[in-house]
Write a protein that binds this ligand. Sequence first.
Ligand SMILES: [Zn+2]
Length: 308
Amino acid sequence: MTIAYISHPDCLLHQMGEGHPEKPNRLNAIEDQLIASGIFDLLQHHQAPLATVRQLERVHDSKYIEEVLSFEHKNKSAYLDPDTMITPQTPKAALRSAGALILATDLVLKGKIRQAYCNVRPPGHHALPSQAMGFCFFNNVAVGAAHAIAEYGIKRIAIIDFDVHHGNGTETMFTHEPRVMLCSTFQHPFYPFSGASSGNEHIINTPLSAGTSGDKYRETILSVWLPALHKFKPELIFFSAGFDAHQEDHMSMLNLTDKDYSWITREILLIADKYAEGRVVSTLEGGYHLPSLARSVLNHLRILMRIE
Ligand SMILES: [Zn+2]
């Protein structure tokens, strides 16, 4: 079964300087792996559109959007937070990343395809309503979820955030929105040092200590996430798909393997099949060790495509 694959060359233009881990080659490494595996030709390819200001305003403040976009016409770069540099090329890349989620949501909710994956950067899940943070400018997955609510009246959306960092931006945006359930696993204590003492009935935070391996990780998903998801019965599922909890990725101290990413994708796909007519939109968040990132995305897509 094919899935939509949404990306855009503009996503490669944003660069935060020599040696920064959130680099354009992340997307190239993933694409190379998909090509080498033979899967690339089986995907339904789409170019990401630019998100509109109106679509961003569902989750971001107008003044902040204006500030980010203004850099397109400035001849300089600036640090919006200590890890996050904006350049004149950033606004276009950030608009394509958020726009990919709009297109993915449209394709899936119009019934044109069951699943979509967005191979985009900059990532989004740390972006707050009026603040860039942790390599993120616009909260792509939140823009997609808000679009599904506003345009299609979806009443129950689950966001599955398995990035190694807490999805603090997404939590902030939906903490008072019971139509969105956020399930976030993350190393704790660890950047951004939030999530352990927040959450509510529809924000399911599952902090994990450094050194956690796949067995303990799976146990947590089975005992915390899956019961919550079965109770919630999502009509649409998003993945904030970060692969930086991989044991080969030295960004963190969790020890997941390729197989763990396949496992969680399969478990969530079962939920999607049961309650959401299989509707899944996945978008790239973190993942900085290129070989393990590329293999893990390949496995994630293989499961979504039901190849194994
Ligand atoms: Zn991360």
